[in-house]
Design a protein. Structure first.
Length: 367
C-alpha cells in the first residue's frame, strides 16, 4: 500500500495549541495562562449563546446539510441572497473546498506573502503549486508583479486577505478593483473584517458585490469577532455559477448542530457583539501605544485584533520562549521571508495586556 506521492514530503501545518495542552506543558492552570497567539476573542461567546447551547433541542439528530436557517440569518446580516451563501466548518473548510473543486495536479494558485499560511498548505495538499508574489516592506501589494504572475502562470485562484494576517493592513478599495480585473477567480478572505472600518466592517467589506461579479468569492468566519473559534463555523459568498459544484462537493453534514445554533443566536445579537468588538478595538489602541514605548519592539499599524511587531536587537524566538516559560504569556513568532524576527500579539482583555506589558518590561534586559 502506498499513499499519494506528494504527501510523503508535505510538511505539516503547525496549528496553535489549546489551553489544556499549554497548561499541562507549563504546569500552570488555564487561569494562569495569557493566550495571545491565535487571535481568538478572549471574551468568548455571548451569554445568550452559551445558554442556547445548553438548551439545544436536537443534538441527537443530523444537522441540515444545507444549513438553511443559518444561511437565512446570514443573508439578513450580510445583505447577500441566501442562494449565494454556503456555511463551512470554519472558513478553512471553504478554502480547502475551493481548491478541491478547482485544482488539478500541477495547477497553481496565487498568494501574496507574508499572509495566511493555509493557502499554500492547502494547495500543496491538493498536489498544486502556490505561486507567491511577495508584498512590499510596508505590506502593500505589488500590482505590477501580480499582473505579471497572473499572465505567466495563469493561476486558477488568487487568495488575498484584508485585513491581512499577520500585519492587519486593509487593502484600498481601488486595489481590490484592480485585482478584480484580472482573469482569475479572486478569493477575498475577510476573516478579520469586523475589526476594521465601521459597523462590523460593513463599510469596507466587498461581500455584497458577489452577486454582481462572476470572479469574486468572499470568505468570513465567526471565530474572531463572535468568539466561536472552538465551534468551527464560517461562511462564504460565491458566484451563482459555482454553487452547484460546491454543493455536491462538500461534506453533507459539515456544520454541526452546536455550531449552527451558536452562529444563529450570535446573529440575533449583533448589537451586543459590536460592543465587544469596540472594546477590543479600544484595547488595541491602548496596546499599540504601550508597545510603541518598548525600545526593542516596532509595532506595525493594524486594523485587526492583533499587532505585528518587529523585534530589534534581540532574538525574537528567545523572547517568545521566555514570555511563555516565565510568565505564561503565549504569542506568535515568525522567522521567514518578509517576517524576520517578528512577533504577533493578539489583543486581549485589559488584564491580559497588563500581564503582557509587565513581562515585556521585565524582559527589557536580555538575561
Amino acid at each position: 500500500m502506498k499513499i499519494r506521492t506528494h504527501l510523503e514530503s508535505l510538511p505539516p501545518y503547525a496549528p496553535i495549541e489549546p489551553f489544556e495542552v499549554l497548561s499541562a506543558r507549563l504546569g500552570r492552570s488555564p487561569d494562569q495562562i495569557v493566550k495571545l497567539d491565535a487571535n481568538e476573542n478572549p471574551y468568548g461567546p455571548l451569554k445568550v449563546v452559551r445558554e442556547a447551547l445548553a438548551n439545544m433541542e436536537f443534538p441527537h439528530i443530523y444537522p441540515d446539510p444545507e444549513s438553511r436557517a443559518l444561511r437565512k440569518s446570514l443573508s439578513e446580516f450580510t445583505g447577500v441572497p441566501a442562494e449565494y451563501l454556503m456555511a463551512g466548518a470554519g472558513a478553512d473548510e471553504l478554502l480547502d473546498l475551493l481548491m478541491r473543486v478547482f485544482l488539478e495536479p500541477n495547477d497553481c494558485i496565487l498568494s501574496c506573502p507574508p499572509t495566511f499560511g493555509m493557502y499554500s498548505f492547502d494547495a500543496e495538499l491538493n498536489a498544486a503549486r502556490c505561486v507567491e508574489v511577495p508584498r512590499r516592506a510596508d505590506f502593500s501589494l505589488d500590482i505590477d508583479a501580480i499582473r505579471e504572475a497572473v499572465e505567466a502562470h495563469k493561476p486558477k485562484l488568487f487568495f488575498i486577505t484584508s485585513p491581512n494576517n499577520p500585519d492587519g493592513s486593509v487593502l484600498d478599495a481601488k486595489i481590490i478593483d484592480e485585482l478584480l480585473e484580472l482573469p482569475t477567480l479572486i478569493v477575498l478572505d475577510e476573516a478579520y473584517i469586523e475589526f476594521a472600518g465601521e459597523n462590523l466592517g460593513a463599510s469596507l467589506s466587498r461581500i455584497r458585490e458577489v452577486p454582481s461579479r462572476e470572479n469574486l468569492v468572499v470568505l468570513r468566519t465567526f471565530s474572531k469577532w463572535a468568539g466561536l473559534a472552538g465551534l468551527r463555523v464560517g461562511y462564504g459568498a460565491f458566484p451563482l455559477w459555482l454553487m452547484p459544484t460546491l454543493w455536491k462537493s462538500k461534506q453533507p453534514y459539515n456544520i454541526n448542530v452546536a455550531a449552527s445554533v451558536a452562529a444563529q443566536v450570535s446573529l440575533e445579537h449583533t448589537d451586543e457583539l459590536a460592543k465587544t468588538v469596540e472594546i477590543l478595538k479600544s484595547e488595541r489602541t491602548r496596546l499599540m501605544a504601550e508597545l510603541q514605548k518598548i525600545s526593542y519592539l516596532k509595532p506595525y499599524p493594524t486594523q485587526s485584533n492583533f499587532i505585528l511587531c518587529q523585534v530589534n536587537g534581540r532574538d525574537a524566538a528567545e523572547l517568545k520562549a521566555k514570555l511563555a516559560q516565565e510568565f505564561g504569556v503565549f504569542i506568535r513568532y515568525f522567522n521567514k521571508p518578509g517576517l524576520r524576527d517578528n512577533i504577533r500579539i493578539s489583543v486581549g482583555r485589559p488584564q491580559d495586556t497588563e500581564v503582557l506589558l509587565t513581562a515585556l518590561e521585565r524582559l527589557k534586559v536580555t538575561r
